[in-house]
Write a protein that binds this ligand. Structure first.
Ligand code: AQP
Length: 355
């Protein structure tokens, strides 16, 4: 159903108020983590910590994007546990249910429905260019049977997640930049073809920590699906494992501890230090001027452990209190009317007989 005659664009800026009726007083943000594995330090520093830090500036919507987790092989026995784990982390890291609407994506059926509608206005060629799809598909080699249509279509569902809430901004790590660009393209195309319907969102990507690399191979992104030993720091890992992974992290044969992007191992460790300490780069370089890698790694390990300890403690408390399900139910109850309102406008724009 892709129409070719395209009237001029009417909606271009993320700051333009939503024509579909929702007008938040503060700019709205939406983001999520998929429960495809246990969350790691990259998810925390690139996304969740930034959501928490900016919670008072925005009208906040954060979801656990479980529909995205089934785009690759996953074990149904782990799905609910990982969904609770990611949701529990959101609250333990500091999302406040009074300030943020936190919910599970599949609890709001409008996501899947808008995903389908947007499929029909998204050209195949746009998705064929997505690097995350190409990388993940390449990992399967010649085994095309293991590449699902869902993996190919993932960015359209992500566009639906964002556009349903008329989000102005999408705080994500650098690996999601291309998907947010695609979301903008889909929104602009829809608005051109069917009239002003969606806010065109912008990615909010941190200056530092937007791409935390693995510790054993710092040329590869820290990732839930990477099983190289010592590559990831899990948020809920044992302190002894975290210390071991940091002390064994790959660096180089040089001595000086400086932010030099051509030295990926030490640059990555320094970046983690920078984001967790909040100190400036010159201050960190001065602090370790006369120190060796061993001293720096010890200090980093202590900083990571001190930063994660309160999150781990709050998580334990939340998961034993039985409160999580209640919070997620309330979140879905708040999210659904917003999503359904946009969906109604989209169906109207497409000419459906709306009930
Ligand atoms: N290494 C990273 N550094 C900074 N930010 C990162 N993010 C992911 N990895 C890093 C950000 O975390 C948020 C949630 O990511 P996701 O769950 O949507 O999955 P992903 O981007 O595909 O990341 P993973 O953890 O590597 O998962 P798998 O291995 O399952 O694909 C996003 O904002 C992301 O940018």
């Amino acid at each position: 159903m892709v129409t070719t005659a395209e009237p001029p664009s009417t909606t271009t800026a993320a700051t333009q108020p939503p024509p579909a009726g929702q007008k938040p007083t503060r700019p709205r943000v939406l983001s999520g983590v998929k429960p495809s594995g246990s969350p790691h330090l990259g998810n925390y520093l690139g996304a969740i910590k930034r959501w928490v830090d900016a919670q008072d500036q925005y009208d906040n919507f954060f979801c656990v994007v479980d529909l995205h987790a089934i785009t690759e092989d996953q074990d149904p026995a782990n799905m609910a546990r990982l969904t609770r784990e990611v949701a529990g982390l959101y609250f333990a890291a500091g999302l406040d249910p009074k300030k943020s609407t936190v919910f599970v994506q599949s609890h709001v059926p409008a996501h899947a429905e808008l995903g389908w509608l947007l499929n029909c206005v998204t050209p195949m060629g746009w998705l064929e260019r997505m690097t995350q799809y190409k990388d993940k598909a390449a990992k399967q080699g010649d085994n095309r049977e293991r590449i699902s249509v869902g993996l190919f279509d993932y960015p359209v569902l992500m566009a639906a997640d964002i556009l349903l809430y008329q989000a102005h901004y999408v705080p994500v790590g650098d690996d999601q930049r291309q998907h947010v660009e695609l979301t903008r393209d889909v929104a602009e195309r829809f608005n051109r073809l069917f009239g002003p319907t969606f806010v065109v969102p912008e990615a909010l990507i941190g200056e530092s920590g937007a791409r935390i690399m693995g510790l054993s191979d710092p040329t590869k992104k820290m990732s839930k699906s990477e099983d190289l030993p010592g590559q990831s720091i899990g948020i809920f890992d044992d302190p002894s494992d975290i210390r071991k992974a940091i002390m064994r992290a790959t660096t180089d044969s040089q001595r000086d501890i400086v932010f030099d992007e051509s030295r990926p191992g030490i640059y990555n460790l320094l970046t983690i230090f920078e984001v967790l300490s909040g100190e400036s780069r010159p201050a960190i370089e001065a602090r370790f001027e006369d120190k060796g890698y061993g001293d720096f790694k010890k200090a980093l390990a202590e900083l990571v452990l001190d930063s994660l300890a309160p999150i781990q403690a709050r998580y334990k408390q939340l998961m034993t209190s039985g409160e999580l399900e209640h919070l997620l139910r309330e979140g879905a109850e708040r999210a659904a009317p917003v999503a359904n309102e946009t969906l109604r406008h989209v169906k109207n724009a497409l000419g459906f007989l709306v009930s």
